[in-house]
Design a protein around this ligand. Structure first.
Ligand code: HEM
Length: 281
């Protein structure tokens, strides 16, 4: 039936045009929903790309959280290759996330001011999906749940993530199961607190990096985690530089000191011992 209705009248080598309801593409992608979620709050034509870039980043955060949760679960089940596949996908996704800074990277203060007022107290600081990324990296903090008290689903998801082992906790548990001397105090740590670097864990990575052939899969896992950490650091620094260009040393819409606050956040290393161990190899 559909083949008789194609635009050229040619034959069966052209796409179908005839659908009783919404297209199967729409049913899968929900593009109509997705492309009607953009509601700029000012008349400034530059606000649209600010809003869409933020939404695009939220979607990438969502995919990356999915990958890291997949990786954490696979590590728990000792399925290292499955975890590596998810981590490697997340590396390409982090690169795409970071590339999406381009449209906002050179905002001038006058351009940003054209719609800054319309944002009110809104700030990426209130992004729950970004917080879930941080929690998976081991950067836990119960206080980050407070802004979401009024949103039950978001709050429940974040609270669950706060109490679950992070990706890094699962890595350290795997290293322990493989006979490496990860201290019991690290394995039994309060999962809802920020992960603090441990000299014994640093020594474990030092040994793994000193003799990569002893546990080649764990050495490759360490390098994949280092790639993740580097790309997260790059996101934070690209955000910092874009912010410095757009608003100098002004305070943020979210109420922080702005650039000086972001500088402190960006100076912390994800998976700390994977960086410090390198000095001892
Ligand atoms: C160039 C435009 C942007 C400027 C000037 C800017 C500015 C800021 C500032 C000043 C903060 C600190 C908190 C505050 O007081 O508001 C912040 C935090 C944050 N922003 Fe942006 N931002 C920009 C774009 C974006 C975009 C597109 C995203 C994507 C979702 C984003 C995500 C975040 C996140 C996740 C935080 C929290 C960081 C943390 O907790 O360490 N920002 N931003």
């Amino acid at each position: 039936m559909s083949n008789t209705l194609d635009a050229s009248g040619a034959g069966s080598d052209t796409p179908n045009l005839d659908f009783a309801g919404t297209t199967p593409y729409e049913d899968y992608v929900q593009a109509d929903v997705l492309t009607h979620l953009q509601h700029p709050r000012s008349d400034d034509p530059g606000e649209m790309v600010f809003l869409v870039t933020t939404q695009v980043m939220e979607l990438w955060f969502t995919v990356i959280v999915h990958e890291w949760e997949t990786a954490a679960r696979a590590l728990r089940e000792d399925r290292v290759p499955v975890a590596m596949d998810a981590l490697k996908r997340s590396l390409r996704e982090l690169e795409a996330l970071n590339a999406s800074w381009r449209p906002l990277a050179q905002l001038t203060p006058a351009q940003f001011n054209s719609y800054r007022g319309a944002l009110g107290e809104g700030s990426g600081f209130q992004s729950a999906m970004y917080r879930r990324m941080e929690f998976l990296l081991g950067e836990k903090s119960a206080s980050m749940l407070v802004p979401h008290r009024g949103a039950p689903r978001v709050h429940a998801e974040l609270e669950k993530a706060l109490h679950e082992p992070s990706l890094y906790d699962e890595v350290l548990r795997l290293l322990a199961r493989r006979g490496l001397p990860v201290p019991q105090s690290v394995l039994d740590r309060d999962l809802s607190r920020r992960y603090e670097a441990s000299p014994e864990v640093e020594a474990v990575w030092t040994a793994l990096y000193g003799d990569p052939d002893a546990h080649p899969d764990l050495h490759r896992l360490g390098e994949a985690l280092t790639d993740v950490a580097e790309l997260v650091w790059r996101w934070r620094n690209d955000h910092l530089v874009a912010t410095r260009r757009a608003m100098g040393a002004k305070t943020g819409t979210g109420g922080s000191a702005g650039v000086s606050w972001l500088e402190k956040r960006a100076s912390k290393n994800v998976f700390p011992e994977l960086w410090t161990a390198r000095s001892h190899v």
